[in-house]
Write a protein that binds this ligand. Structure first.
Ligand code: SF4
Length: 435
């Protein structure tokens, strides 16, 4: 666990027991795991952030499935997250090496896991001579804000592309700009219509503090900020927070945003239908919805978790039944535990299409599979042929260069490609999309 967000972790642990590498063997259900599973967790957890809580352990994981349970794979580090050689070398060092040898190996592995995917550092703006590390401004109309106090989570997801934020690594963390700097930046950028509070999980902030942050976005001079989003996994990982009386200030701030004629979106990270099948989730969701927030769902397609048309279709059906709008289905990113979770893009598309074909129109608001990569958000439309050549059809849903958005283009057909940088333009005309 990193220093940032420590206060939130302490506050959280008072109301819900938290487990990490040092105490996780006290989780009662661990008896369902083999000695090999335990070694797998304790080796991978040296490299990746590891924190679960009593709620997810008791209510979301089906321990009868052991380490193969999809929710277990989303929450507990496991050996597939490292390549075989790294896993074997680290395991050996843990058995026989010194602390410094282990630490050096962990750092070396982390540096090879692409800790800065999609060149996120290039999205950090320079403003009045200062680098605003608490902001990312990649797309013209949308700004991401990373409040310092919201850089923790209720449990660390094994698939998280922001994993370096939560480790003691030497990569830069996104957080730290003052509220004044954020407001001043937004005042000078009238093209920004959408602001997304991101993290970590902004709901780990003290509710009063988060409420003030949201209210500040309604300040004079920020009338162009019409849509405010809060990205969170609290509905799944700690819904009791939203049910507590202390959370009321945040709900009041949501109401205030609607009353001011702006929209408030609760962007819930959801991957598996089981996350929605819990009474606490459903009650917390109702509370958020009653505050006027629209709840949209997004999450990645993950091998061994939700990589079947049945699982995806059921996820979208459950979302729609509970009044949640399916939004993005992301391709697992080229960072961190990619060896565990990535699927070939064509396979991801096949699963998406098959799920899409089996649900009603209300569920088909889910857009995917989408790569959130360096140039923008690229949706894979599927295979086809162009001038007699097999091709992969793609489209930018978002792009650093707005003139490329919404125009279909083609890549060479490649059944093994896992990510954007492995795709090649099909024709000369497609080259401009790859620059
Ligand atoms: S809640 Fe979000 S930011 Fe936190 S670990 Fe999970 S995916 Fe990452």
């Amino acid at each position: 666990m990193c220093g940032k967000g420590l206060a939130a972790d302490l506050m959280f642990s008072e109301s819900c027991k938290v487990y990490n590498l040092h105490n996780w063997r006290t989780i009662p259900q661990i008896k369902n795991l083999s000695a090999e599973d335990i070694e797998s967790v304790e080796t991978a957890a040296r490299v990746f952030p590891f924190k679960v809580n009593a709620y997810v352990s008791e209510h979301l994981i089906d321990w009868a499935n052991g380490a193969e349970d999809p929710l277990f794979r989303m929450l507990f580090p496991h050996r597939d997250m490292l390549c075989e050689d790294d896993f074997a070398a680290l395991k050996e060092l843990i058995r026989r090496g010194s602390d410094s040898e282990i630490a050096n190996k962990v750092l070396e592995i982390r540096r090879r896991l692409n800790p800065n995917p999609a060149d996120q550092l290039s999205n950090v703006p320079l403003f009045r001579g200062k680098t605003l590390t608490g902001i990312q401004h990649k797309y013209r109309e949308t700004v991401l804000i990373f409040p310092t106090e919201g850089q923790s989570c209720f449990a660390w997801c094994t698939f998280c592309f922001r994993w370096p934020q939560f480790c003691r690594t030497d990569v830069m963390r996104f957080s730290g700009s003052s509220g004044e700097d954020v407001c001043a930046y937004l005042q000078e950028h009238k093209e920004v219509s959408d602001v997304l509070l991101s993290g970590g999980d902004p709901l780990t902030m003290a509710p009063e503090r988060l409420s003030r942050y949201l209210q500040a976005l309604l300040s004079p001079g920020l009338e162009h900020v019409r849509n405010i989003r809060v990205g969170s996994k609290a509905l799944s990982w700690y819904p009791q927070l939203i049910l507590q009386e202390s959370f009321v200030p945040v709900l009041r701030a949501f109401e205030g945003i609607s009353a001011a004629g702006r929209s408030i979106t609760f962007a819930a990270n959801l991957c598996h239908p089981r996350e929605l099948q819990n009474a606490d989730f459903q009650n917390a969701l109702r509370r958020v919805q009653r505050s006027g927030a629209v709840v949209r769902a997004q999450g990645p397609l993950l091998r061994g978790v939700n990589d079947s048309a049945e699982a995806l279709a059921e996820l979208w059906r459950e979302e729609v039944r509970w009044g949640i709008v399916p939004y993005y289905l992301f391709a697992a990113r080229d960072t961190g535990a990619r060896t565990a979770f990535q699927l070939p893009l064509l396979r991801a598309w096949e699963i998406y299409r098959s799920a899409y074909a089996s649900v009603s129109g209300l569920c088909r608001s889910a857009r995917g599979p989408v790569m959130s990569c360096t140039p923008g958000k690229v949706q894979i439309l599927g295979p086809g042929s162009f001038n007699g050549s097999k091709a992969l059809s793609l489209i930018f849903l978002q792009c650093r260069r707005p003139e490329l958005v919404g125009r279909p283009f083609f890549a060479e057909y490649d059944e093994r490609a896992l990510w954007w940088d492995q795709l090649r333009p099909l024709t000369e005309a497609d080259r401009e999309f790859f620059c």
